[in-house]
Design a protein around this ligand. Sequence first.
Ligand code: AMP
Length: 175
Amino acid sequence: MPDPALLRSAIRDVVDFPKPGIVFKDITPILSDPALFRDSITLLCDTAGGVKIDKVVGIDARGFIFAATVADRLGAGFVPVRKKGKLPWKTRQIAYSLEYGESVVELHEDAVCPGEKILLVDDLLATGGTAAAAVKLLDQLGADLVGVSFLIELAFLGGREKLLPHPISSILSYD
Ligand code: AMP
C-alpha cells in the first residue's frame, strides 16, 4: 500500500514563489521518482472508490499530469480544463480569482456528455477558485461529478468550502 508520508517528505516548499508570501508546493520531485509517481497515481485512483469513471477531467497545467495518468489507469477518457484561449473548439468559460491573481478557465462544450461519471483531478487545492470554476463548467454540461480529488490540500485556506456538496478527497493535507 502506498505511503502518503513518503509523498509528503518529497514535496519541496519553495518560499516566495511565484510571488512574495506564497509557499509553493513543488511536486516535481514526486514526478521524477518512478515509485513515488506511481504511488501518487494509485492513491488518486483510490479516491474514485471503485466507481466506474467515464472521464477524468484535469486542470491546466500540473493537473494534466496527474489526471491523464489516472484516466489511463482507470480505463477512462481524459478531458482538459484549460486557461483562456488554448482550446480550439467551442468552449464554455468561467472567470475566477486565484491565491495569486485572476484567471479564466475553459472547457470544450462537447467534452462531457450529460450523466457521464466524472472525476475531477488537480495537483493542489488552495483557495478553491480554480476547482470551483471547473466544477461549475462540469455542472453546466450536466456531468455526474463522482468526486474532486487533489494530491495536496492547503486546508488552512478553506478551499473545500467552495466545492461542497461534491465529495472532496486529498491525499496530503497541510494545516
Ligand atoms: P486555487 O484556485 O487558489 O485553489 O489554486 C489552485 C491552483 O493554483 C492549482 O492548480 C495549483 O496548481 C496552483 N497553486 C495555488 N497555490 C499553490 C501553491 N501554494 N503551491 C503550488 N501550486 C499552487
